[in-house]
Design a binder for this molecule. Structure first.
Ligand SMILES: C[S@@+](CC[C@H](N)C(=O)[O-])C[C@H]1O[C@@H](n2cnc3c(N)ncnc32)[C@H](O)[C@@H]1O
Length: 257
């Protein structure tokens, strides 16, 4: 794709221009001449305030679920998306860390107190989207093994990872970074992890969407500083995070059946 619009992201919510591009792209996709959307059931993993989900509401017939570890993100998602639901739709974000390696997936599910939330998490999702979130997940094999459990197997289940990707092997020093070693996502590592976890990569696209994001988190900022990213200053000239520029792509994979 040859699109050079610039989107912005500020850690908590992706700005409209970027999610518009991604949603338009998803809606244009066909799997063996069948459009993927409308679909029955979609999960937005690492949903933030749910800006991508919001644009997909008219294209998902039954259930849209968001999952995030941040209570702020989950309340924003529910506040902004809940009122937009049609009569026969369920739209809900749930605060849970499904990637917590200290417990099994089944134990994590059992710990979700609300029965309806638990039931939503055991839906078989036709589509899982994870936008600018996958690079936060510390162990991509583990993350993919959990996504595999959540995705529908009897029909075709699709996984879309919208994120920054980098080709070539990660520099050794990446392994010393305090957060994930995978920011940006190293495509070779991800491809290998996808096939280890039974996913089949279909395509990767939208390589030309430029993203400018300001990273404010203190933990992450340390890593950005070490990588030489520029300091971002607010209108008052005060240091306010790091400016990260990159290209966003969408990787489309489905489970091998
Ligand atoms: C950069 S934000 C992206 C949010 C949203 N997808 C968007 O594009 O606006 C990354 C999100 O991933 C969430 N996240 C990080 N680790 C997570 C995990 N283990 N499970 C679910 N969400 C997680 C964060 O709380 C945050 O809301």
């Amino acid at each position: 794709m040859d699109n050079l619009d610039e989107g912005q992201h500020s850690g908590f919510g992706t700005q409209n221009i970027l999610v518009n591009q991604v949603s338009q792209y998803l809606l244009s996709l066909k799997d063996e001449s069948q459009p993927i959307f409308p679909t029955r059931c979609m999960l937005d993993f690492g949903c933030g305030s749910g800006s991508l989900t919001r644009l997909m509401i008219p294209h998902v017939t039954t259930t849209l679920v968001g999952v995030d570890t941040s209570s702020r993100a989950v309340s924003a998602f529910n506040h902004l998306n809940g009122p937009l639901k049609a009569k026969d739709q369920t739209i809900k974000a749930i605060k849970v860390d499904l990637l917590n390696t200290a417990e099994s997936f089944e134990e994590i599910l059992t710990s979700v107190e609300n029965h309806d939330d638990r039931a939503l998490l055991t839906e078989s999702f036709d589509v899982i989207v994870t936008m600018l979130s996958f690079h936060h997940f510390p162990d991509m094999d583990h993350a993919l093994s959990i996504l595999r459990k959540l995705i529908v197997r009897s029909r075709r289940g699709h996984l879309f990872i919208a994120d920054f990707f980098q080709t070539g092997p990660p520099p050794v020093k990446e392994s010393t970074l305090s957060v994930s070693a995978c920011h940006p996502l190293y495509l070779e590592m991800l491809n290998q992890a996808l096939s280890r976890q039974g996913f089949f990569k279909i395509q990767m696209d939208m390589t030309a969407i430029r993203v400018r994001m300001v990273v404010k988190s203190a933990v992450r900022a340390r890593d950005y500083k070490r990588r030489g990213f520029k300091v971002f200053r607010n209108e008052k000239g005060k240091k306010d995070g790091y400016l990260v520029k990159g290209h966003l792509s969408v990787l489309w994979a489905r489970l091998e059946t």
